[in-house]
Design a binder for this molecule. Structure first.
Ligand SMILES: [Zn+2]
Length: 369
């Protein structure tokens, strides 16, 4: 190990400590919400995770996976936001951390197999270029697990800018649009693999910067040109609301826009208000939440308000962390072994479950044939 590598490792350890502290602050927040529900008719007492999945009708169309396009009919039970590989400073080219796709898949495969065993068919992988996206890893993971895996174009700039790809930083909106559309038309980095959605970030705290506005508008334009949906990271409803004018200006259909991490907002009324606008809201911290009571209550409210057509649910679980010695993988099957049985005990029907995990993902991800 050279002196430079030792320095880099030292920086890694320090950065990891900071991130552990940051994560426990961010993800440790208790997502409790006073329940105003009295709809707990207990028609379903089943607590098993055994799922027999019927042929529910889905929107016609296709979806790009890392192993090629598939029909929306083949998506099956779908998790809309998970991570297989993540890299806290993957865009920093001065860093020289080596790993092989095999290393990653060896660690992650048991978790993917457990997920498939539980009844899942498709995993949407939310790590963009600069934050760990590695097409070879995802292809190998798909081949070995038998799951459909969907990757993305776009970026995540929540990590102090270190995850913003260098070839994007100084570009104009139109230049960024050209790059991201090219990944869709020609495939990603010579692999031929095409993205199935666009990833973008709004800041967790502070003002929305000019840089954020630039990436956001680029994402909206790419969505208009390709039909790919946008997954937009935001922990607060007010930030998403602030950006709706760009969606308006660019005439993006609202149903191509997903507000991810909506459950960090905690205030269900604000989440409902955004769903009523017509965008998708995604409750996706189920892998990180201490318990799932808030999520069950939130879902019951959304059902009551007749907004189930706008709801996606996932876990933000995983992942292999590039350059780290310890990965602390969050399992991918909590929705299947804990959340769905809890929902059924609370009287939420199988029709609703299939709507959220089969029909809604097909609706938002499906591209026209
Ligand atoms: Zn995520």
């Amino acid at each position: 190990m050279s002196l430079q590598q030792i320095v880099l490792k030292g920086r890694d350890v320090l950065f990891m400590l900071i991130m552990v502290l940051f994560s426990s602050m961010l993800f440790g927040c208790n997502q409790n919400e006073d329940s105003t529900n009295d709809t707990s008719t207990t028609n379903y007492t089943e607590t098993t995770n055994e799922i027999v999945i019927p042929n529910v009708p889905v929107k016609d169309g296709y979806v790009e996976t890392v192993l090629g396009p598939i029909s929306t009919k083949d998506l099956g039970m779908t998790l809309m936001h998970e991570h297989i590989i993540w890299d806290w400073y993957g865009a920093d080219e001065s860093r020289n951390i080596d790993y092989s796709p095999n290393d990653v898949v060896e660690i992650i495969l048991p978790y993917l197999e457990a997920l498939k065993e539980a009844g899942c068919k498709t995993l949407v992988e939310g790590s963009p270029k600069g934050a760990g996206r590695d097409i070879e890893v995802l292809k190998l993971a798909a081949e070995r697990s038998g799951l459909n895996i969907i990757t993305n174009t776009g970026l995540w700039n929540g990590g102090y800018g270190v995850t913003v790809p260098n070839d994007i930083k100084d570009k104009t909106v139109d230049e960024i649009v050209e790059k991201w559309v090219k990944e869709y038309t020609d495939g990603i980095e010579g692999t031929g693999v095409k993205p199935g959605f666009i990833k973008i970030t709004l800041p967790d705290r502070g003002e929305i910067s000019d840089e954020n506005l630039k990436y956001f508008r680029a994402a909206v334009k790419v969505s208009n040109q390709t039909g790919l949906p946008i997954q937009c990271h935001s922990l607060r409803a007010i930030k998403v609301k602030e950006m709706m004018y760009i969606i308006e200006e660019e005439n993006l259909p609202y149903n191509q826009f997903i507000w991810i991490h909506a459950d960090y907002e905690k205030n269900i009324d604000k989440i409902i208000e955004m769903a009523e606008e017509g965008i998708w809201i995604e409750l996706d911290a189920l892998g990180r939440a201490r318990d799932l009571d808030w999520h069950v209550e939130a879902l019951k409210r959304l059902i009551e308000e007749d907004l189930i057509d706008h709801v996606l649910i996932s876990q933000d679980a995983g992942s292999y962390n590039v350059g780290h010695y310890v990965h602390n993988v969050i399992p991918y099957d909590r929705i299947f072994v804990e959340f769905i049985p809890l929902c059924k005990n609370e009287g939420i029907s199988e029709e609703i479950i299939y709507k959220i995990f089969i029909q809604n993902p097909a609706e938002v991800l499906g591209l026209e044939n």
